[in-house]
Design a protein around this ligand. Structure first.
Ligand SMILES: [Zn+2]
Length: 478
């Protein structure tokens, strides 16, 4: 906001609504619209959304461990009396974030890359820093102020409140997950380092984690290019500063003066907890291997054209041609009724310029709808209808991709026993390195394929060079 009058109006509105609140970290007055009770209630509501969207990782032991580490740090924070909640989310995304009110999340995706309890504590400490400094609340309030400033003269207080509720959920979708900007991130790192030192961990774990995640991002971008998928970006967390950031080094250096003589590293404690952790996609999401999609629970498989980019999203599976001029999407309808041809006819609509054929696709009842510039396959399996929709940007694209689309539709089949084994989700397994073990050897029969050696180095904190140390734990992926 640049107009001083607008700013003044916004500030007046804020004062009228909630007044100022003392910041728990700085002790200074912040313009915030939420009382602590409102902050907690906001966090609780948003928590339900987060759990629904990502799913909670199903391991009571791991949840309990992460919670116990988090609670210890929270007790040493600037808001020790707030009730904190630490949750491991079931997603391969490499991320961690916090909501106002003490709700902290860490993904199973990031846990695979950590190698000690101190590193876990560093991630949680950083997120606790966002909570104690009320970054989420301050950010939400700043955005609300901007919105209210525009229409202050015309709205009544109750309406402001309901508008505020809506804005908060928009902000939840955007800014809170996207990170808080460089200054807030640095403040969270500084606070995190301080809490680590107070809890008995080495604050340098903060820098170690940033290092690991920077490498993860680089390597994943490379692998994603090879696999033709989107890289697994971590938004927010540590994304805004390099590990050699001088202000960060300074912040960690200051905290080191608070550190105890023999800080807890907790290598073995942490690694034993993540033995068996799901790696990459889980079985609920299905897996994509060499452009073949396999889903164990649904018992289906289909192959997309080799040079297309397959995206396995939480709510849909789609493949896009290299030129971006054609797309194939798989949908499922649990209500299959009548014949596949009847279903296809309903899909195409009456009076349309479409041709419907009844087919047998790999022993399954099916139908194919074609129009001059589109096609779709309908296949029935286990009471469900699977719809493979093919769309193009132009008639020329339809001609170019017609055979690829037909091949994809005809590749649909019930999962075989061999595929069932291939489609089982990967997991981290802990082994003890023996003399002579190298990442190249360990990578030889790895399901991670060509990039296995580098991926193993990375998850073990030995990227870009380094070999297993005999007698120590090494994570492999099986
Ligand atoms: Zn952050």
């Amino acid at each position: 906001m640049n107009s001083p009058i607008k700013t003044l109006l916004a500030c007046l509105a804020l004062l009228a609504l909630a007044g100022c609140a003392q910041n728990p970290v700085s002790g200074q007055q912040d313009f915030v619209m939420m009382s602590e009770a409102q902050e907690i209630s906001f966090g609780r509501n948003a928590d339900a959304e987060v759990r629904k969207q990502y799913g909670v990782y199903k391991s009571a032991a791991l949840q309990e461990y992460v919670n116990s580490v988090g609670q210890q740090i929270a007790k040493k924070s600037h808001r020790p009396n707030l009730q904190y909640h630490f949750t491991v989310l079931d997603t391969p995304e490499v991320n961690a974030f916090a909501l106002p009110g003490g709700y902290v999340y860490i993904t199973r995706g990031i846990l695979a890359y950590l190698n000690s309890e101190a590193e876990l504590a560093a991630v949680l400490g950083h997120e606790i820093g966002h909570v104690t400094a009320r970054h989420g609340v301050r950010q939400a309030s700043a955005e609300l102020a901007a919105n209210i400033g525009l229409s202050i003269t015309s709205i009544l207080v109750p309406e402001i409140n309901s508008a505020a509720g809506q804005n908060l959920s928009n902000i939840l979708g955007g800014a809170l997950f996207a990170g808080y900007g460089r200054d807030h991130e640095l403040e969270a790192d500084r606070l995190g380092a301080e809490y680590l030192a107070r809890t008995g961990y080495d604050p340098h774990a903060m820098i170690e984690v940033i290092d690991v995640l920077k490498h993860q991002e680089l390597l994943d971008a490379e692998i994603a290019r090879q696999e033709g998928r989107e890289p697994r970006h971590y938004h927010g967390l540590f994304a805004t500063h390099p590990d050699n950031d001088t202000r960060l080094q300074q912040a960690v250096g200051e905290s080191s003066q608070l550190a105890v003589a023999n800080p807890t590293e907790g290598y073995a404690q942490f690694l034993r907890q993540i033995d068996g952790l799901t790696f990459n996609e889980s079985s609920e999401q299905g897996v994509v291997r060499n452009n073949k999609f396999m889903h164990v629970e649904l018992g289906i498989a289909l192959s997309f054209p080799q040079d297309w980019r397959v995206q396995n999203l939480p709510d849909k599976l789609l493949a896009v041609s290299q030129q971006g001029d054609a797309v194939i999407q798989l949908k499922m309808d649990k209500q299959s009724s009548g014949t596949p041809a009847g279903y296809a006819r309903r899909l195409a609509g009456f009076g349309s310029n479409s041709r419907i054929e009844t087919l047998d696709i790999n022993g399954l009842p099916a139908a194919l709808v074609t129009t001059p510039a589109a096609m779709a396959g309908v296949i029935y399996l286990n009471q469900s209808a699977y719809i493979i929709q093919c769309g193009v940007k132009s008639r020329a694209a339809f001609t170019a991709h017609r055979n690829d689309m037909l091949d994809t539709i005809h590749s649909f089949h019930a999962l075989s026993e061999t595929e069932r084994r291939q489609a089982r989700p990967l997991a981290i397994r802990l082994i003890t390195a023996r003399a002579g073990d190298t990442y190249a050897n360990l990578a030889q029969h790895s399901p991670l394929g060509k990039t296995a050696e580098n991926q193993l180095r990375l998850i073990n904190g030995n990227y870009p060079q380094g070999e297993p140390v005999p007698g120590q734990y090494v994570k492999i992926v099986e």
